[in-house]
Write a protein that binds this ligand. Structure first.
Ligand SMILES: [Mn+2]
Length: 463
């Protein structure tokens, strides 16, 4: 945990912003894998982690603003817990680390909430993303299960999103350290191990093992695939062949659960082909130029569109696209090759705060989502502020099913040379991704640079 002052400050900030009522933040429970005693690795709720820091299941926190109290609900370990799990801290010890003096047994949570509801007090809570928590909330609040999600407090969501969006020094250094010591290091290690004849799962296992050996876990399931055009591809059974590209999208999560999220695309043979070099160059240019454009006050939506224009221009120069670049992007023609958003917030979650709702995290009253295929998937569009941490991850993909569909409909045929695209339909995909901090002066890449130019990568992979 961070020093307790950090959690006290965070709660004080929230308390001032909400003014009145009761804020209820539920921690997570254990999650069974195939039967109750065999569980997935425990992952604490990120909002609970942010305000209370205690990384254990079966806890709930209440901040009572008018009464000026903070209470954590949970049970002390009993003898059975100690027999099976070893020494466990008491509730009092756990709360002390979070700067909280009041702890109550779990069963008091329901009766305390009942009392507050009886006195018509406002109870603010967050939208549940797990069904067990949704049921728990419905039980605690005496409300309809179906309405539990919709009745979550927008005021609380917006305040928490605003607070968690601007990262403090301790959070940034947590991400930097993880990037340098784990994520960057496993990419360099992987580059030495990628060879024709080896399997995707060998590289995946290397990355996961490397991460576990450094007391970290993966921030999300690894993408490690010769089929980089399948965007969220978690199949790792292919044997790598000379001429293939291997797209790796993987990031470690620090022991305090701050995420990193990096993507590189490597040539299995150690050398990119001419066409791979050409397309890689466009993606790299889009990534580097987008990062250069990052500064407080700029809309991320505009940087996404800027990256889209660079991709269009590059593909036009290669003959895959044609016509006016601005018009092509406005029409959404670029989305044949770049069908996702340029990036998202990152922090305690890899898609930071997505549990609160993308609309509250990535958009606001000034900047609304553009509902067009491709750009519609952009998770962050609003104006950037100092302290935001986000990803920049453009890509170019040849997705056979999408190409065939658009081609049959002659969609955007004024902007796309389908004959040329069809000839290269099995190209695959390239994505390059870094994590960036918005600073007062502009931006800073989180961590020391991870090799990404063609010559850097080919040099390391030389054999
Ligand atoms: Mn990402």
């Amino acid at each position: 945990m961070f020093p307790k002052e950090i959690y006290i400050d965070r709660r004080n900030h929230l308390r001032k912003a909400i003014h009145k009522g009761i804020i209820l933040i539920l921690g997570n429970k254990e999650c069974p894998m195939n039967y109750k005693a065999n569980q997935y690795p425990f992952r604490q709720d990120s909002n609970f982690l942010y305000y209370f820091g205690i990384d254990e299941p079966d806890l709930a926190g209440i901040i009572d603003i008018e009464e000026n109290t903070e209470t954590i609900y949970g049970n002390d370990p009993d003898l059975e817990d100690i027999i099976w799990m070893g020494y466990q801290e008491s509730m009092k010890e756990k709360c002390h680390k979070s700067g909280i003096t009041g702890s109550r047994p779990w069963n008091d949570l329901k009766s305390d909430i009942d009392k507050a509801v009886g006195r018509n007090r406002m109870i603010y809570y967050l939208p549940p993303y797990r069904d067990d928590r949704r049921m728990q909330l419905s039980f605690l609040l005496g409300s309809d299960y179906d309405k539990t999600y919709a009745r979550a407090s927008q005021e609380l969501i917006k305040e928490i999103a605003a607070q968690r969006s601007c990262k403090k020094e301790v959070e940034i250094s947590e991400m930097e350290k993880t990037m340098n010591e784990v994520t960057k290091a496993f990419y360099v290690e992987a580059m030495h191990q990628i060879k024709p004849g080896r399997y995707e799962y060998e590289i995946t296992g290397l990355i996961e093992g490397f991460t576990l050996e450094r007391n970290c876990r993966m921030a999300y399931p690894i993408i490690c695939s010769v089929n980089g055009h399948i965007l969220h591809n978690h199949y790792h059974g292919n044997q790598m062949q000379s001429g293939d590209l291997l797209l790796i999208d993987a990031g470690a999560e620090s022991p305090l659960h701050y995420a990193t999220d990096l993507t590189r695309t490597f040539p299995v043979s150690g050398k990119y082909t001419d066409l791979q070099k050409d397309i890689y160059g466009i993606v790299l240019q889009a990534e580097v130029e987008s990062i250069k454009a990052i500064k407080p006050g700029i809309r991320y939506l505009d940087i996404h569109l800027y990256a889209s224009r660079i991709i269009c221009q590059g593909l036009r120069d290669l003959g895959f696209m044609k016509g006016n670049v601005d018009n092509a992007v406005q029409a959404g023609a670029h989305a044949l090759f770049f069908p996702h958003g340029l990036g998202h917030m990152i922090g305690l979650d890899v898609h930071d705060m997505e549990d609160l709702g993308e609309e509250f995290v990535g958009y606001d009253d000034d900047v609304k989502r553009i509902n067009q295929f491709g750009t519609g998937y952009l998770r962050l569009g609003k104006k950037l502020k100092e302290g935001y941490t986000l990803t920049v991850e453009p890509g170019i993909y040849f997705i056979p099913a999408l190409i065939e569909k658009w081609m049959s409909e002659k969609l955007h045929s004024t902007f796309i040379d389908y004959e040329k695209v069809k000839k290269n339909i099995s190209f695959g995909g390239i994505r390059i991704e870094d994590n960036v901090l918005v600073t007062k002066a502009g931006h800073k890449i989180i961590g020391t640079p991870v090799p990404k130019t063609i010559s850097e990568i080919e040099n390391i992979m030389k054999r």
